[in-house]
Design a protein around this ligand. Sequence first.
Ligand code: PEP
Ligand code: MG
Length: 324
Amino acid sequence: FNQSLAGLKDLPAVTTDDFHVSLFTNTGLLADVSPGLRNGAEGIGLYRSEIPFMIHDNFPTEEEQYLVYKEVIDAYSPRPVSMRTLDIGGDKQLPYFDFKEENPYLGWRGIRFTLDNTTLQVTQLRAMVRAAHGRENLKILIPMVSRIDEVKTIKELLNQVISELVAEGKQAIMPKLGIMIEVPSVLLLLDKIAPYIDFVSIGSNDLTQYLLAVDRNNPKVSRLFDNLNPAVLSALYFIRKKCAALQLPVSLCGEMAADPASVLLLVAMGFDRLSLSAHRIPKIKWLIRNISRADAKKLLAKVESAEDESEIRKVLNKKLKELG
Ligand code: PEP
Ligand code: MG
């Protein structure tokens, strides 16, 4: 079975009725870069830039960041690399920059933190843009967006960084800019934000957490955290349709993308870009190559009338069992 999965590396993830899904990888450690390529990832859908920050003992300098980002961008070129700006706060703390909050998930996190620390944000943007020198595959992704002004400010900073680099005689091109959809307010702001961005990526872990008001890491409420909750599924379908109407490319990069039961529904909804851990790619590719989108749509219709996630899971597991 494993051998047959390995044989899939160079084959496309396409359903039996010809719906193509691009599979990208999530990464953050340099050690995770080559497994993505080995497993046939079409690019990096989510580079978690906080990981190199977390394994350092102080804020990495522009030069240090530049070298790490360049290695990743070069390794994947010409395949796209979506680098997310620093997403600390919430459960992700830097050992050398500790701060305590009553409600860390609702506090100084991701873009909120970096926009209050402009030098840090500008340094990171400079390192990313410089690392893409001579390449066209860098995309920049903003975490934890909840308001339009955050997107506009990042865009201004990015323009400023590009002008400065050009003034310094360096070649610098504007990367594609996207946002993570993980805070529910963004669902209702997409029309307004869309003109400022080139793509979106759904962080289904945080979207589930914020939509259901369930801490993603608290064992006392973990039974309430479920990506298959009907509210989460309808939010995802809403986003898919909204992005289609806005002609905004959308991918999904949370754990759901690696969960076969969820992937059945994502394919049915029309998600054609998923980003997941490298080692999960072969299994998800196998699944996609062995289903038809028409069948997946029938499952979605069934699931839409289900009352709760346990009923939904039953329907999906039955289908997975049939597939073997
Ligand atoms: C997510 O929230 O789903 C996501 C992919 O980002 P992270 O897990 O890094 O918060
Ligand atoms: Mg997230």
